[in-house]
Design a protein around this ligand. Structure first.
Ligand code: NAI
Length: 325
């Protein structure tokens, strides 16, 4: 019998966790032939709610669910984990400065980086969703010296998917017709969704839409989409975020489509002149469980300026948490 794969989810009783746990348990992330054990982590006040999530998971009677662990101890949640989806984070409280938010989360992600280092499977694949996701991933991998930094990624797939949806709507085509979308940089309002290399039904996207639309409509719409969802729903995106997390891990584990690439925030190796070490979103191809940054893309002046602006924000975030990395 196939040994079950251990998948840790932090913040599992939260909005995103409540979507994610069920989709993973039903086989949507690793496929119908891979049994999973879910290892769910929450903070003590949320353990009651987590118990409810565990009960509902069992009630689904998913054939792919081989077990559930519900705990407030990181070492238990990360024990022998093959995948860790770090979703739990401290939300921004009233009157809280961005700097304080960064520091509060830095504490959580340094502790979780250490716990992964000491308890997870040596081949663990980590996806950080909790914000500020890129810098939290940087902190986590710097606190896990025995694990390969390439095992740590942050989520910009939701932004990538939002960009696909906007371009599809504008060109009147399905998202299936689009290839080679890129999301550069930080998961924040400085992110740069880039259609320069995109094709739609094989035609270069820049020849199908005008520059003014890209600059004044497409880019700000994708950058501000999270805020627009909060305004409409009263709470932040959850189902789409969970869906993007599934896409991210599935493609990483099982491979990205051969004729396309995806966007993942990964520790920079200096590609495209981006500072080494920061967790920056690049176009990547995934094969045999590894990601690789797509090389050799031509970068226009317009793109370069935006790629640098989002890099500058990440460098500023890094400087704000220097003591913890
Ligand atoms: P939520 O507030 O509904 O759930 C967060 C859960 O995390 C709560 O149940 C809380 O008890 C738990 N938690 C807090 N600290 C924890 C810790 N130290 N260990 C374990 N669990 C902990 O929030 P939601 O909507 O599920 O969002 C989660 C995070 O994902 C937020 O930081 C949000 O900003 C971020 N996010 C990121 C996106 C991305 O594209 N990268 C997209 C959407 C949300």
């Amino acid at each position: 019998m196939t040994q079950p794969t251990r998948v840790a989810i932090t913040g599992a009783a939260g909005q995103i966790g409540y979507q994610l746990a069920f989709r993973i348990a039903s086989g949507q992330m690793l496929g119908p032939n891979t049994p999973v054990i879910l290892q769910l982590l929450e903070i003590p006040p949320a353990l009651g709610a987590l118990k409810g999530v565990e009960m509902e998971l069992l009630d689904c009677a998913f054939p792919t669910l081989a077990g559930v662990v519900a705990t407030d101890k990181a070492e238990e949640a990360f024990a022998d984990a093959h995948y860790a989806l770090l979703v739990g984070a401290k939300p921004r409280g009233a009157g809280m400065e961005r700097k304080d938010l960064l520091l509060e989360n830095a504490k959580i992600f340094s502790a979780q980086g250490k716990a992964l280092n000491d308890n997870a499977d040596r081949q663990v694949r980590v996806l950080v969703v909790g914000n500020p996701a890129n810098t939290n991933a940087l902190i986590a991998y710097r606190n896990a010296p025995d694990l390969d930094p390439a095992r740590f990624t942050a989520m910009t797939r939701l932004d990538h998917n939002r960009a696909l949806a906007q371009l599809a709507a504008k060109t009147g085509k399905s998202v299936n017709a689009i290839r080679q979308m890129t999301l550069w940089g930080n998961h924040s309002a400085t992110q740069y969704p880039d259609i320069s290399h995109c094709t739609v039904d094989g035609k270069p996207a820049p020849s199908l839409v005008d520059e003014t639309w890209v600059r004044d409509d497409f880019i700000p719409t994708v950058q501000q989409r999270g805020a627009a969802i909060i305004k409409a729903r009263g709470v932040s995106s959850a189902a789409s975020a969970a869906s993007a997390a599934i896409d991210h891990v599935r493609d990483w584990a099982l491979g990205s489509p051969a004729d396309d690439w995806v966007s993942m925030a990964v520790p920079s190796d200096g590609s495209y002149g981006i500072t080494e070490g920061i967790v920056y979103s690049f176009p990547v191809r995934c094969k045999q469980g590894r990601w690789e940054i797509v090389q050799g893309l031509e970068i226009s002046e317009f793109s370069r300026t935006r790629m640098k602006a989002t890099e500058a924000e990440l460098l500023e975030e890094r400087d704000g948490v220097r003591d913890l990395i």
